[in-house]
Design a protein around this ligand. Structure first.
Ligand SMILES: [Zn+2]
Length: 356
């Protein structure tokens, strides 16, 4: 047994394994709460390689990428395409250094975009070199500037200062921060065919964790690249800030689609080990959220009319309280309100309250 509670927490090993014919798994280092590595998959073809999710923007990750490519008998210059499953920095970050070193294409979903919207960054994004030297107070100011109002009457904040600092230190080049988005050269939509690694992948748009989340399915041998949509032992964050009325229902739909795929043999997640039972795991994740909805229903008998924060404190352990937990709680409450189980009012302070 591993000393890690969850596979996704295991530190990046430098081992490279062939997980499906012509598909190699390598792990790149991450040091974030709950995550020890991100899987970068190599798809081999006669032109060289496509890499799926080339890791964080920092030097450490890029060095590991180069070393592991070497172990597999390749070099950075063999990479002709990067595929990014969704717009989170542990998946797209490596693209900048990759593109500096070799002229590779970037394939994403049509909606590829950052958590921190591009337009906000365009409004005078501070230089990363300055930020690396910024004081805690300066960074607090920056968090304030990057904060956004939420539909439930509060503000959603960027990561806390120590994590923000960690990301800023990874800035890929002058004038960018670790949150800057690379420009895709090819974008795809649901059901489009992606020819990479001598395979014809079917693009599956799987909104939920992010609006732009993309999975790839090769029906020829049942290989699925599942990104963060379906992970083996943890569940991805569901944001209440999504542009749809019921983000949780959207995630459920994307999960049910996984259960409807025929002939799946191997699932290649962005974190953790490959597994086989995609449908079973997808249904388990739905069940997990159904249990979470029950917790809110039960909590409502005591705190009916509570704010999102009040419900969050029932749904999450105290160490997880904060913007992300609040946002995910709102996604669940919103789902119950769309179902007609909860009614929403707004109090004098502008905070939404949920009555069951
Ligand atoms: Zn991830």
């Amino acid at each position: 047994m591993s000393e890690y509670r969850k596979q996704e927490q295991e530190p990046a090993s430098d081992e490279i394994t062939e997980v499906a014919p012509g598909v190699l798994r390598m792990q790149l280092p991450i040091d974030l709460p709950g995550l020890g590595h991100v899987n970068c998959y190599l798809l081999e073809d006669e032109r060289g390689l496509a890499v799926v999710d080339p890791g964080l923007p920092g030097e450490e990750s890029f060095t590991a990428l180069g070393q592991r490519l070497g172990t597999a008998g390749y070099k950075i210059a063999d990479v002709h395409t990067a595929v990014v499953t969704h717009s989170h920095p542990d998946h797209f970050g490596g693209v900048f250094r990759l593109r500096e070193a070799t002229d590779c294409a970037l394939l994403t979903h049509h909606d590829f975009r950052s958590l921190i919207e591009r337009r906000e960054l365009d409004e005078g994004e501070p230089d990363s070199a300055d930020l690396a030297l910024a004081s805690d107070e300066d960074l607090e100011e920056l968090r304030e500037r990057w904060s956004r109002p939420t539909p439930w009457g509060t503000k959603v904040m960027p990561p806390p200062v120590p994590i923000l600092r960690q990301f800023l230190a990874m800035a890929p080049e002058d004038g960018r921060t670790a949150f800057s988005l690379p420009e895709p050269s090819v974008t795809v939509g649901d059901s489009d065919v992606v020819s990479l690694g001598r395979r014809e992948w079917v693009a599956l748009h799987t909104p939920g964790h992010t609006n732009d989340h993309l999975c790839l399915f090769d029906p020829a041998d049942g290989t699925v690249l599942s990104g963060d949509h379906v992970l083996p032992t943890i569940t991805p964050h569901i944001s209440g800030m999504a542009a749809v009325e019921d983000p949780l229902e959207q995630f459920f739909e994307s999960l049910r689609r996984m259960n409807d795929l025929d002939g799946v043999n191997v699932v290649l997640p962005a974190h953790g080990h490959p597994f086989a039972d995609l449908g079973g795991r997808a249904l388990e994740i739905i069940d997990h959220h159904q249990d979470r909805l029950d917790i809110l229903r039960e909590a409502s008998t005591e705190i009916g009319g509570g704010t999102v924060e009040a419900y969050m404190q029932r749904l999450f352990k105290e160490r997880s309280w904060g913007s992300m937990a609040e946002s995910e709680t709102f996604a669940h409450l919103q789902h119950l309100s769309v179902l007609g189980e909860a009614e929403v009012t707004t109090d004098d302070a502008g905070l939404q309250r949920f009555h069951f």
